[in-house]
Design a binder for this molecule. Structure first.
Ligand code: 0PR
Length: 386
């Protein structure tokens, strides 16, 4: 750090220089985040100093958090859920499994069963919580094979995880079957709806995933993904209050006597942002936004089919995975020649496109045009070789 302070003009110029190197979301088809809603941004700014780590000092923000939990409970079929607003899906997943583990202290070598399609936060969980994470195979439609889940359960299994909107393919596991298994075995079931939680309640698909299923004990849902809130905004909800006690530590010198959260200091700005955007959009606003993303996904699918490409699965959500022969090369060329950001999936290999609210019809058409041009170049270089 330099000795004397800089003036704002100099600072803003270096900030803007840095920002000019950041990509704009318009050409990003690889992200589950998007521009936050302007109302969320305003609310975030208003509460910028609020620290939920010591919420006795910020009782107004605490009340907003309770309102958000109530709204999320309403969305997920629980009239009075317990939980808190996290930094995102990773923290929610860690805390859900930590609560299970602490609830089963008598089990020496606990394990959980998650689908192979689970987000990599479960690998962090294995490492941090020192718990065995067993991976269950998926069927050809990329939903978890519940017969295999049952095979992997033993006397040390404390819980299962189901995904409602998988990271790579946007697929939804048969949560109601997992709920039956968990209920029957008397073990926990955590649903990772970090992405799908703000989609499934707004589309007409018979894919139950929430607290309406008796075996579901906790849910992760992220306002900073399809909820249009600011980063960092996640949420962890439990069916029962006692699960919070398994996370509780004493905090003797704060205005509150204990904390159930993973982080200490915690953004109250994110709480206000999530409250504001949920109040502002309401069910109608989210339904409109999600249905627009789903229509754009269908448009992208139709246009991709016109150039001879096929989806790995019929998109359930606003994620489209296209089977192509050289996904890594295609990804590179799309970025280098045209500035598009796409990602690739592991198994099966494909290019993965997430159609977030920042996408437009014009951009979808432009993207398919550029994708065709990359595929044509590959074809002609193959022809030249032979
Ligand atoms: N669970 C699911 C189903 C997820 O898809 C993700 C993240 C998480 C949990 C973890 O959430 P946090 O990252 O909020 O802790 N899914 C995206 C991914 O890892 C996150 C992301 C978002 C990645 C924007 C890139 C990006 O540009 O792919």
């Amino acid at each position: 750090m330099q000795q004397s302070g800089q003036n704002w003009n100099d600072i803003i110029s270096s900030l803007m220089q840095a920002k000019s190197k950041d990509l704009h979301y318009e050409k990003v088809l690889s992200s589950m985040c998007t521009y936050p809603h302007p109302i969320a941004v305003e609310a975030h700014k208003l509460f910028i100093e609020s620290n939920m780590g010591d919420y006795g000092l910020f009782m107004g923000t605490y009340e907003l958090e309770q309102s958000v939990l109530k709204m999320l409970g309403n969305l997920l079929n629980h009239s009075h859920p317990y939980g808190y607003l996290t930094t995102g899906g990773t923290e929610s997943n860690i805390q859900a499994i930590r609560a299970m583990r602490n609830a089963c202290k008598s089990i020496q070598n606990p394990n959980i069963v998650v689908p192979t399609s689970a987000h990599f936060s479960f690998d962090k969980i294995a490492d941090i919580l020192k718990i065995e994470v067993r991976k269950s195979r998926v069927l050809s439609d990329l939903t978890v094979d519940t017969d295999h889940v049952s095979c992997l359960i033993d006397e040390n299994t404390i819980g299962l995880v189901g995904i409602a909107g998988s990271t790579e393919f946007g697929q939804v596991d048969p949560i109601s079957k997992l709920s039956d298994i968990a209920f029957e075995k008397g073990i926990f079931l955590h649903v990772d709806a970090a992405f799908g939680g703000f989609i499934l309640p707004f589309i007409n698909k018979d894919l139950p995933f929430d607290f309406s299923l008796p075996g579901v004990t906790s849910i992760a849902i992220d306002p900073h993904k399809m909820g249009m809130s600011t980063i960092p905004s996640g949420a962890l909800l439990f069916r029962e209050e006692k699960m919070m006690d398994f996370l509780r530590v004493d905090t003797p010198y704060l205005t509150i006597s204990s904390q159930c959260t993973l982080t200490g200091t915690r953004s109250g700005a994110s709480v206000a942002a999530t409250y504001a955007v949920m109040k502002h959009l309401g069910r109608d606003g989210y339904t409109q936004m999600v249905s627009r993303c789903m229509s754009l996904t269908q448009l992208l699918l139709q246009e991709a089919e016109k150039i001879g490409l096929h989806p790995v699965i019929d998109p359930v959500m606003n994620i489209l995975a296209l089977s192509v022969s050289q996904p890594k090369k295609i990804r590179k060329e799309l970025a280098n020649q045209f500035g598009w950001q796409v990602s690739i999936t592991r198994e099966p290999l494909s290019i993965r496109l997430v159609i977030m609210p920042h996408m437009t019809e014009a951009n979808i058409l432009a993207f398919v045009n550029d994708l065709k041009s990359v595929l044509d170049q590959f074809e002609s270089s193959e022809n030249n070789k032979s």
